[in-house]
Design a binder for this molecule. Structure first.
Ligand SMILES: [Zn+2]
Length: 351
């Protein structure tokens, strides 16, 4: 892409305005100041976006000195993103607005009727206002999902990336955090300016025995995944494991292999903190204190790693999948970051 060409410069400026407004409403003058783009260009761009129905104008900004300008914001109902969470025993679908707020949500057991139920739910959630549909994000551990009837385009999002996206959206201070998603299976991601998927953490060796689907032995997956714990305890679902106090001892035992894997992973990735997400993240404070002390006992004395609990719990998957879909289809965050990096390098480049 050649930045001296006006249409490309407009694309990047437009994405910058959207990403700024995503943080909250803002006046044209403030946008101009924050982005270093002149007021006339900002005015033209905002006007174009208002006409397209992406941005809306609201109250007067009385916080700034001088003549008050009106505040502009993302028009929440401008578009929608669908998110599908496909688990071994259930399928869920949700639809979110342009700011990633979940508007509707339905869950079905994964049986013969699941497909019909899904098609019905998609039709119901698409009806009504003439909002644009940006696309669908699918979180699934199965590789053979028929996504042809999902609203297009469709993007597959790893579970840990979806859940971390929801947490980062709520808390801006998570840079340097390692996210471990603990549900039926394990998944992981590292947030360092952007999210990096680390699926291999599920297959770190934490014990001697136990055959894993990856062909290895003693993987974290075999030692402590929701699926492994259900087999061991006879619990009927992952939810059952968390809610029924009868499984507390089995869960406590699972914290040791998790601490082993995490203590190695935080050293390898130089992470500052750990956050547990997913259905099994909603354990009591005592479990977190135990996990924290296990990890501390495995690390050098100078290293202190805070272990945090997900704020979103099991809702995080669908919230985060919708946010990830919006970032890909609407805010185009990754494209913007790449373009800004090239712009910073200062040379005339084609990509
Ligand atoms: Zn394995």
């Amino acid at each position: 892409m050649d930045f001296s060409r006006p249409d490309n410069a407009r694309t990047i400026n437009r994405l910058k305005v959207l990403s700024e407004l995503r943080k909250g409403e803002c006046s044209r003058a403030e946008l101009s100041r924050r982005l270093g783009i002149n007021k006339v260009s900002i005015g033209d761009m905002v006007q174009g976006m208002i006409e397209e129905g992406i941005v809306t104008e609201g109250m007067k900004d009385t916080s700034a000195p001088g003549r008050p300008g009106t505040l502009v914001s993302i028009y929440r109902s401008a578009g929608r993103a669908f998110a599908f969470d496909i688990r071994p025993r259930s399928v869920s679908v949700s639809v979110s607005d342009a700011l990633g707020h979940v508007l509707r949500f339905e869950r079905f057991p994964r049986n013969a009727d699941a497909r019909d139920n899904l098609i019905h739910a998609i039709a119901k959630m698409s009806a009504g206002e003439n909002a644009r549909i940006y696309g669908s994000a699918v979180v699934s551990t199965d590789s053979d999902i028929d996504a042809s009837f999902f609203p297009q385009p469709v993007v597959m999002i790893p579970r840990a990336i979806a859940e971390a996206s929801a947490e980062i959206d709520k808390d801006g201070s998570l840079d340097g955090t390692l996210f471990l998603s603990w549900s039926d299976t394990f998944d992981a991601a590292l947030f360092r300016k952007e999210l990096i998927h680390l699926p291999t953490i599920a297959h770190m060796k934490t014990q001697r025995d136990g055959e894993c689907s990856c062909g290895g032995r003693g993987c974290l997956e075999v030692a402590a995944s929701g699926r492994a714990l259900m087999e061991r305890t006879g619990a009927l679902s992952v939810r059952d494991l968390v809610r029924n106090t009868g499984y507390a001892a089995a869960l406590k035992e699972a914290l040791r292999p998790i601490a082993l894997a995490l203590s190695e992973a935080v050293q390898a990735t130089a992470s500052d903190a750990v956050m547990i997400t997913g259905e099994l993240s909603q354990l009591p404070d005592s479990a977190y204190a135990h996990l924290q002390s296990l990890i501390a006992s495995l690390l050098p004395p100078t290293r202190r790693i805070e272990v945090k609990r997900s704020l979103s719990g099991e809702k995080g998957t669908r919230e985060g999948a919708a946010i990830a879909a919006l970032e890909i289809f609407f805010y185009r965050t990754q494209l913007l970051r790449r373009l800004e990096a090239i712009e910073d390098s200062g040379s005339a480049l084609w990509i």
